[in-house]
Ligand binder design. Structure first.
Ligand code: COA
Length: 331
């Protein structure tokens, strides 16, 4: 039986550190407010002109190096982002060019904070079907150029940071290794609870002076609704994933949760009966990096030696859409 395994992992964050105190110089907020409600202490912002595909290229090179592979070994690219280089074509095509490979297929996934889990599920299915052997899955985001750094947008602006993470998924025939299980969900009923109007296709032109002058070009969020649903759905998801696979909570070595809010992850840990120290977090340093958060967290813990080959890990994410999903992986 063929399975997909993560053969290489890499990540990249831009060097510029932006602290909560730095943000407090731009609009009315405080380090205390941000840390108490989210756990975030700082995040990284890319320099102006840096694109989502630039961060993705660095992360991809590191993942390929870790896999001891070159870009020419990759059969297919899946690129998850909500902050693409351009409205179209997909950013996967730009990354393909930067990697110096041509003619392999590229696909963009627009599933926000669940983007990496959706992408790896597709990669796993394509590998299991025998369609491809080596798939590069990338999550990359430049949030800093699309945040409203005024009091109007402060609820959203404090949360997000720039980063990229990448993983090389490869076909393997070992039964108990790699991606063991995935499940994906969505509920469009709550699409407007976290959304951004730019490129509103129902209007001509998509962008007008009015929309630029107004507030439609900024992300909007009903923070309380997102928080409440995130906790409920993620707890359900953990229980369901464990039950479907006949596992007890203590059999999971680490949970790798999407990094939206430290308090969300702490509540999910408590309600799932999984000790909080098994929930790995790095939101303190990077904020919410959307599609990049899971590969970034995996890469950090793998390189530090905390995550060891053979560990059974549970990946979970919830985000705009609403979308949510899980994956069980034998690392
Ligand atoms: N700094 C200081 N005050 C702020 C602020 C900021 N950055 N943003 C909002 N406030 C103010 C509000 O205006 C409000 O003031 P008021 O009471 O005078 O009206 C007050 O703080 C409380 O706002 P509220 O939205 O009720 O706060 P909260 O406790 O719900 O926390 C979030 C806000 C955004 C931190 C929280 O709702 C959250 O994390 N939600 C989930 C978001 C998320 O995970 N998004 C990504 C999903 S993938």
């Amino acid at each position: 039986m063929i399975r997909a395994t993560i053969r290489g992992i890499g990540s990249y964050v831009p060097p510029k550190v932006v602290t909560n105190d730095d943000l407090a110089k731009l609009f009315t907020t405080s380090n205390e407010w941000i840390q108490t409600r989210t756990g975030i202490e700082e995040r990284r912002f890319a320099d102006e002109g840096t694109l989502c595909s630039d961060l993705a290229l660095e992360a991809s090179r590191r993942a390929l190096e870790d896999a001891a592979m070159s870009a020419s070994d990759v059969d297919f690219i899946i690129f998850a982002t909500l902050s693409p280089d351009h409205h179209f074509p997909g950013t996967g095509c730009y990354l393909q060019k930067k990697l110096g490979v041509r003619h392999i297929g590229c696909m963009d996934v627009r599933n926000q904070c669940t983007g990496f889990l959706y992408s790896m599920t597709v990669a796993d299915a394509l590998i299991r079907a025998g369609t491809y052997k080596n798939i590069l899955v990338v999550g990359s985001e430049i949030h800093s150029s699309a945040l409203d750094f005024s009091d109007r947008g402060r609820d959203v602006a404090v949360l997000f940071g720039d980063a990229a993470g990448a993983a090389v998924f490869t076909a393997c025939e070992t039964l108990d290794q790699g991606v063991l299980y995935t499940e994906l969900h969505a509920d469009g009923e709550f699409a407007k609870a976290l959304h951004m109007d730019v490129w509103d296709i129902s209007r001509k032109p998509y962008l007008s002076q009015e929309s630029i002058g107004g507030k439609e070009i900024w992300p909007h969020m009903d923070g309380r609704t997102v928080f409440k649903h995130a906790v409920t759905r993620l707890v359900e998801l953990v229980h369901h994933t464990l039950k479907k696979n006949g596992l007890r909570p203590d059999e999971i070595k680490y949970v790798i949760p999407h990094q939206a809010n430290l308090r969300i992850n702490q509540m999910v840990a408590e309600k799932s009966n999984i000790p909080p120290e098994r929930f790995l977090n790095n939101i303190q340093k990077y904020g919410n990096t959307t599609a990049a958060s899971i590969p970034l967290l995996l890469d950090e813990n793998y390189r530090s030696g905390k995550l060891q080959r053979g560990d059974l890990i549970l990946l979970i994410a919830f985000g705009s859409g609403f979308t949510w999903g899980s994956a069980l992986v034998r690392w």
